[in-house]
Design a protein around this ligand. Structure first.
Ligand code: G6P
Length: 611
């Protein structure tokens, strides 16, 4: 949510900033802007809409500036208009600032500053910070001192980057609750970005700032400090993926590329982690905490959106195989009630980005209540990954499509690995463990099989593309899959869809069923298959149009359904990985056929770093 990029070095900054912004566009695409430091002054260009609008505006008057900052916005305070777009500037135009996050005391700061004579040009919370820096800047001081002084008066979450013509050639950045990193370039160039995607074309060496840090960056290098004043050292990390991971690689959309990447991403999440003989797993990130984990009495899983759906599958797995009571919480709700956290509770945060503000806050709430915290996260070095006590990385590589696909299936597998770990340290036998290990080993190849249904699913999408509502039904392990399938369709094709436990349908949604209502039923061969067959009968009796996802020839339902999409068979707890894939493809094709912007659906953002 909101992307920040910056460059200082020997080259022209504009193309580098634009390229970085394009790579961050998935974080927000309501408006975009850059501030360039050129000769004596700062020049700001900003436009509502996507980066290409900004690019067009900049092309008219190419700047030779070699230092600048840029921003792509997902609107929180104020509509996505040009005045509300970042960068925001001081009244004399000598300071420019970009911000990701929310300034909670912005109203109070605004009225104080207005009393001092400051005139605001936007409705944003951000603008208060730039005027505050100006207000506190004492003659002769370097920029960073004024920035740190201002940040000491700011409440809320921020990743910011600031430049000033009063102290040229440097960028000051700071973070608290919103991500920000420094890219350490070669030959006198330095970059900054909200995530590594912004800098990877220039360097793989990155420095993650900690919450409460600020840094001063110039062509010579960087220095990091705590906002309270002390200089601190932050180490350089090497990004393990390369540019190809964030390019479309011949696919029309990132979403499709990422759906097709799933055999690989699943190989990566299990790589080196399965112990065939022992029916167990090797998980470096939690190994040292085995004794503590063996004592866990209850697990509270927290996530948002797709990650919340993965958590539900995790609940079923952990309860079935590790026999630990699990509750799954919407992170955004958990933080605002008074949760009962007993001794022995593990709070497990699930997040692709590792930056989701609600999940982070729920985790803090759990910590405050005495729980240990663990993360299942994709983005290496992200806030949740660093602030949890221990965790498991997905290693799925960057996910750019706003609708999560490969991260979801990797989350399911990571949860299966964690279940095995917990189960084997409790009651799960070697034999049961081996059965799961074998099924996990086979899974990437099975997903490769599933992907062959792509053309078939496209035909289904053609048949249903004009429908305005969809119902998704599943039971047991397939219930969260129904929720996820419905969410994917909503997100990318803007068709209303509801996921429901198949048996609950008769308590309400059945009233919606007529010959106009497509119903996607998850009916693979698992212990509740027969029950699901009964639910299919109920839909058929009301003339609903059924699309069934099955895992064999399903003779019981063949003549009752309009379309049948077949996936291979595996053990029930891993079937969600396979049945999800056709639903991802269905959402994708529906969106493409309806002309929707698949990779950047309206109003959504990939990583929601505000409440
Ligand atoms: C946003 C995205 C969703 C995602 C959710 C949680 O709403 O649009 O696709 O599932 O955040 O994100 P996380 O990074 O925590 O998994």
């Amino acid at each position: 949510m909101c992307g920040i990029v910056g460059y200082v070095g020997p080259k022209k900054a504009t193309p580098i900033l634009i390229e970085g912004l394009k790579r961050l566009e998935y974080r927000g695409y309501d408006s975009a802007g850059v501030a360039l430091m050129n000769g004596g002054g700062i020049h700001v260009t900003k436009r509502p809409g996507k980066i290409r609008e900004l690019e067009r505006a900049l092309a008219k008057n190419l700047s030779s500036a070699t230092c600048g900052i840029g921003h792509t916005r997902w609107a929180t305070h104020g509509a996505p208009t040009e005045p509300n777009a970042h960068p925001h500037t001081a009244m004399d135009g000598e300071i420019a600032l970009v911000h990701n996050g929310i300034i909670e005391n912005a109203d109070a700061l605004r009225s104080q500053l207005q009393k001092e004579g400051y005139v605001f040009a936007s409705e944003t919370d951000t603008e208060a910070v730039v005027h505050l820096i100006d207000h506190l800047w004492q003659e002769g001081q370097p920029l960073e001192i004024a920035v740190a002084a201002a940040l000491r008066k700011v409440d809320g979450a921020y990743g910011i980057a600031v430049i000033s013509s009063r102290d040229p050639g440097k960028i000051v950045v700071a973070r608290k609750g919103s991500p920000l990193l420094i890219g350490v370039g070669q030959n006198g160039e330095m970059l900054i970005g909200s995530d590594a995607a912004a800098v990877i074309a220039h360097t793989r060496e990155v420095v993650y700032l900690d919450d409460g840090d600020y840094a001063v960056i110039d062509a010579e290098g960087y220095r990091t400090f705590q906002i309270e004043g002390a200089e601190v050292s932050r180490s350089v990390h090497e990004v393990t993926w390369d540019l190809t991971a964030i390019e479309k690689g011949g696919f029309e959309h990132f979403m499709l590329k990422e759906i097709f990447d799933q055999p690989n991403s699943l190989r990566d999440v299990i790589r080196g982690r399965l112990l065939e003989e022992e029916g167990d797993v090797r998980l470096g990130g939690i190994r040292d905490h085995a004794a503590e984990l063996a004592q866990v009495k209850r697990i509270v899983v927290m996530g948002c959106g797709t990650s919340w759906h993965a958590s539900l599958v995790g609940e079923y797995m952990l309860e079935e195989f590790a026999r630990i009571p699990v509750s799954v919480e919407y992170a955004s709700e958990f933080r605002y009630r008074n949760p009962v956290i007993e001794p022995g509770t593990l709070a497990l945060a699930i997040s692709q980005s590792g930056e989701t503000a609600d999940t982070l806050a729920a985790m803090h709430e759990a910590t405050r209540n005495g729980a240990s915290t663990m993360g299942i996260v994709n983005a290496v070095g992200s806030t949740i990954a660093r602030q949890t006590d221990y965790g498991i990385y997905l290693h799925a590589g960057p996910e750019i499509g706003v609708a999560s696909t490969k991260a979801f299936t990797s989350q399911l597998v990571a949860l299966a690995l964690f279940t095995l770990f917990m189960g084997r340290r409790r009651h799960l036998s070697v034999l049961q463990g081996r059965e799961i290990v074998t099924a996990l080993q086979e899974l990437p190849d099975l997903v490769e099989e599933v992907l062959k249904v792509n053309d078939e699913v496209r035909d289904v999408a053609k048949a249903y593309m004009d429908c305005r509502n969809f119902l998704y039904l599943g039971r047991g392990y397939q219930f969260p899959v129904a929720l996820e399938g419905a969410l994917k369709l909503k997100e990318v094709s803007y068709i209303h869809a509801e996921g429901y436990p198949a048996a609950e349908m008769k308590h309400g949604p059945i009233a919606l069923i007529d010959d106009d209502m497509p119903v996607v039923v998850l009916a693979p061969r698992d212990p509740v298959y027969k029950k699901v067959v009964s639910n299919i009968e109920e839909v058929k009796a009301r003339h609903g149009r059924i699309i069934a996802i099955v895992s064999d020839d399903a003779p019981e339902i063949q003549d009752k359904v309009d379309y049948m999409i077949k996936v291979p068979q595996t053990i029930p707890c891993l079937l969600p990985v396979l049945t999800t894939v056709p639903l991802q493809l269905l959402a994708y094709h529906m969106a493409v056929l309806r002309g929707a912007d698949v990779d950047q659906p309206r109003n959504l953002a990939k990583s929601v770093t505000v409440e």
